[in-house]
Design a protein around this ligand. Structure first.
Ligand code: F6R
Length: 243
């Protein structure tokens, strides 16, 4: 596991965007795994800026997002499809048909999850996966207790995640209780992984993931088993690491 620590979250986001841009330039038909949430917003804005300046072409890029809420339609402003369109896809020249998110409205969710895994395989697998991290160490919506062999499936959100994510909704009662998420095994199959984190509230989860024992209690600790995983952190998120 490699750690890159930056003074500010702006610097961290710019460095992560630069890393993704370099990978896109060296493989224009790259398959990216993408994340939503507060942390990647600045990084996506940087990628949009590079595209607008004519420095980055998304025309052959293929994407698979980590997760989606169950029961939110793509036009709901808290659905992850809406987030991705608003923060990245609608602002660059990516082909919409090359962007994939789990369908949280599918009538047969299990069949949809199996089809999602197949689609990732058919695309050749994920070259570069972006992750954020929850305060409880979750990656995607793989909450504590998620096994290392888990794959794309329906998951129950923990009370902590529901509370954390309620900041994006008018009321906590509106936060969906279930989501579809790639599994730990799905994530670990990516050829390269970048995890981004900023702020004091992530420091303990980061330290437990990097320096703690590998355990389903801290899903991000499984990243220690990956050969090419880099954590991009600001000083606050790195503050509880011993190194
Ligand atoms: C989002 C996702 C989540 C978030 C995590 C951190 O697609 O998979 O694991 O990355 O909850 O969220 P923020 O960035 O809002 O702190």
């Amino acid at each position: 596991m490699e750690l890159r620590v930056f003074d500010t979250r702006e610097q961290m986001s710019a460095a992560a965007a630069e890393f993704f841009a370099e990978r896109i330039k060296s493989k224009p038909n790259i398959v990216l795994g993408l994340a939503t949430g507060g942390t990647p917003v600045r990084m996506y804005a940087e990628l949009v800026r590079m595209h607008r300046e004519g420095k980055l072409d998304f025309s052959r890029v293929v994407t698979f997002n980590l997760d989606e809420y169950v029961g939110l339609s793509p036009d709901h402003d808290q659905s992850y499809r809406y987030f991705m369109d608003a923060n990245l896809f609608n602002k660059v020249n990516i082909r919409k048909k090359n962007t994939h998110l789990p369908d949280g409205m599918a009538t047969d969710l299990d069949a949809m999850c199996a089809a999602y895994e197949k689609a990732i395989k058919r695309a050749g697998g994920i070259d570069l996966q972006l992750l954020g991290i929850g305060g409880n160490g979750h990656i995607g919506f793989n909450e504590p207790g998620s096994p290392s062999d888990s794959r794309t499936r329906v998951v129950d959100l923990t009370p902590e995640t529901i509370r954390d994510n309620s900041r994006f909704f008018t009321d906590e009662s509106e936060v969906p209780r279930k989501a579809v998420s790639m599994g730990i095994a799905t994530v670990l199959e990516a050829r390269e992984i970048v995890l981004i984190a900023d702020g004091d509230h992530k420091a303990l989860a980061v330290a437990r993931s990097v320096e703690g024992k590998i355990t389903p209690d801290v899903p991000a600790s499984f990243l220690q088993e990956h050969k090419k995983c880099i954590f991009f952190l600001d000083r606050s998120a790195a503050s509880r690491l011993s190194r």
